[in-house]
Design a protein around this ligand. Structure first.
Ligand code: NI
Length: 182
């Protein structure tokens, strides 16, 4: 497994609509494993393939003790969503240090393929449902910022640009912290 480089806001691949996976082969399984590795190293709770520069419909979610087990989402589709919505703060590994209040469905049903290419359906609620909606958005080139008001988005983009001053490029190495640290 490899920790891959993260693509940050400004990298065109984040705005691409990703292509469905035709066959879950070795390369796709390796991608799934690398997504988990990279997400854990970056201390994230979800990661989509285009965040590591690959525009295919593959994402992972692991909210830890808040909602095991981890999810592998290959070609995921939200087939049902609750009318009830909830607003809570979200961030994104591709837009570090920027957070916004995003409205999401409290519950969703998702159909997807697992790491073995088998179709499954899962009901998600709460934080895990939020994380899955965020990742499925990524596969369509949508970022959490797009759900905010134009004013709020403008403020956060200004803050982002300021934080990026003097830095070039839109990929970043993930440096895993030594294990065992609290
Ligand atoms: Ni994200």
């Amino acid at each position: 497994m490899t920790v891959r480089q993260l693509h940050l806001l400004g990298s065109p691949v984040l705005r691409q609509r990703s292509t469905p996976v035709a066959t879950v082969d070795d390369a796709v399984q390796r991608l799934v494993d690398d997504l988990f590795e990279t997400m854990h190293a970056a201390k994230g709770v979800g990661l989509a393939a285009n965040q590591v520069g690959i525009a295919r419909r593959v994402a992972v979610v692991d909210v830890g003790a808040d909602g095991p087990p981890p999810l592998v989402l290959i070609n995921p589709r939200i087939v049902q969503a609750s009318d009830v919505v909830e607003t809570a703060e979200e961030g994104c590994l591709s837009i570090p240090e920027i957070y916004g209040e995003v409205e999401r469905h409290v519950g969703i049903s998702v159909e997807a393929l697992d790491r073995d290419g088998h179709p499954y359906k899962v009901e998600l609620s709460g934080f895990k449902a939020r994380a899955a909606q965020h990742e499925i958005d990524h596969l369509d080139g949508v970022l959490f910022l797009d759900h905010l008001s134009a004013v709020k988005r403008g403020l956060l983009l200004a803050k982002w640009k300021k934080s990026r001053k003097g830095q070039s490029g839109y990929v970043k190495d993930v440096t895993p912290e030594p294990a065992g640290e609290l």
